[in-house]
Design a binder for this molecule. Structure first.
Ligand code: SOE
Length: 386
């Protein structure tokens, strides 16, 4: 195991902050400082066993005890926090989507170039061994040319009109919700696997609950309860579900369905690649297996670390086959790659984590999706495509 001497600071202790913390601890990385709102920082730090609590992110990013800043706050804070961390010369791991719009994300891209530190957008799905294996199947030509891609990202934690979280408010999360929150995971993952970004989209957005009940007080992602039990009715201004047709730069065609009101689907990201030689499919709720489809031979379901799984995930799995690796392990693998890069900046290892440019591109795709929905027409993604 690598001995990482770099220390982390964590901004945000909601649903995803503790996931970062746990993965960092599994890697032996010390988290010295937690930043959260003044009324929760000290209690959250005590609960999570983090020695120092602050309520001003500028204090955290300037701290000499923090070399890597993890931003796990609501989306609207990503820009100022990322820019402050970069100005302080820190490495950054920022939650997705990178910021509220492509004007903000392009500022982050420019600042990251100036800072020359490591900056990762936390698209963790890239680091499932099966996703890395799929990528290898594509790049080695085993699937042939990719003709089309099909898939979905479905959840049900916003199924009821009483389900509530900051993501439902455009000023906190941005103009799109389901697409930005989970659709971008799918789009980033598939672009990563194909080695090709999304060039154009045709989208239709839908809102099942036109009004919802907002609790008085805050509610964390995936949690059910409200603190006071009291609610107020409010009008919903972003989508519960979406259907998107996609054209990738390599001309592959895609169709994606996104929903946060799909009863029974807890956190299911699924994609199927149909190539000119064979097909491959994966579902994040069955993370350890890949389906391989053939026209003239038997199809296969292959298990991680078995021969037919291939070599694509080498270095990114720690346990033998049958010892399931899943969601928390993807964070561990992503952070291991980030901290290794930060400690060896001259390394020639390929960069597998999402870069600021990738994060910028995903936000530009979201903007194209909104334009397409409004115009009822194909929309081109307006972002540098490098
Ligand atoms: C909520 O929809 C959420 O926590 C996302 O924000 C995460 O990125 C995803 O991994 C699980 O669902």
């Amino acid at each position: 195991m690598t001995n990482f001497s770099l220390r982390a600071g964590l901004i945000g202790s909601g649903f995803i902050g503790p996931v970062h913390l746990e993965a960092l601890r599994r890697l032996g990385i010390t988290v010295t400082t937690l930043c959260d709102l003044p009324d929760r920082a000290a209690a959250a730090a005590a609960r999570l066993g983090i020695p120092r609590a602050v309520s001003d992110y500028r204090v955290l990013v300037r701290s000499p005890e923090v070399e890597v800043v993890h931003i796990t706050s609501p989306n609207r804070f990503h820009r100022p926090m990322a820019l402050a961390a970069l100005r302080a010369g820190k490495h950054v791991v920022c939650e997705k989507p990178l910021a509220l719009n492509s004007r903000e994300t392009s500022e982050i891209v420019a600042a990251a170039h100036r800072a020359q530190t490591v900056f990762a957008v936390n698209y963790n799905v890239r680091f499932y061994p099966a996703v890395l294996a799929m990528r290898d199947l594509v790049h080695s030509g085993q699937l042939g040319d990719i003709i089309h891609v099909n898939g979905s990202y479905f959840q049900d934690w916003l199924f009821k009109d009483t389900d509530y979280n900051w993501r439902l408010l455009p000023r906190e999360g941005g103009p799109l919700r389901a697409v930005a929150d989970i659709g971008t995971h799918w789009m980033d993952t598939v672009s990563f696997v194909l080695g090709s970004r999304i060039a154009a989209v045709f989208a239709q957005l839908g809102t099942h609950h036109r009004t919802r009940q907002r609790p008085v007080g805050e509610v964390e992602t995936f949690s059910r309860g409200t603190r006071s039990g009291k609610t107020v009715t409010y009008r919903v201004r972003n989508e519960d579900f979406a259907s998107v047709l996609l054209r990738f730069q390599n001309q592959a065609h895609g169709n994606l369905a996104v929903s946060q009101v799909a009863a029974g689907r807890k956190n299911s990201l699924r994609f199927e690649l149909y190539g000119s030689r064979q097909s491959a499919a994966w579902d994040s709720e069955k993370p350890e297996t890949l389906w391989l489809g053939r026209r003239d031979e038997a199809n296969q379901v292959v298990v991680r670390n078995s021969p037919a799984f291939g070599d694509g995930a080498r270095g990114f799995t720690d346990y033998p086959a049958g010892h399931v690796e899943g969601f928390p392990d993807t964070f561990k693998m992503l952070f291991r790659a980030v901290y290794a890069r930060a400690m060896a900046p001259q390394s020639k290892e390929p960069v597998l984590h999402a870069t600021p440019e990738d994060g910028h591109h995903e936000v530009a795709v979201c903007e194209a999706i909104l334009r397409s929905h409004r115009a009822r027409a194909w929309a081109t993604v307006r972002a540098p495509t490098g």
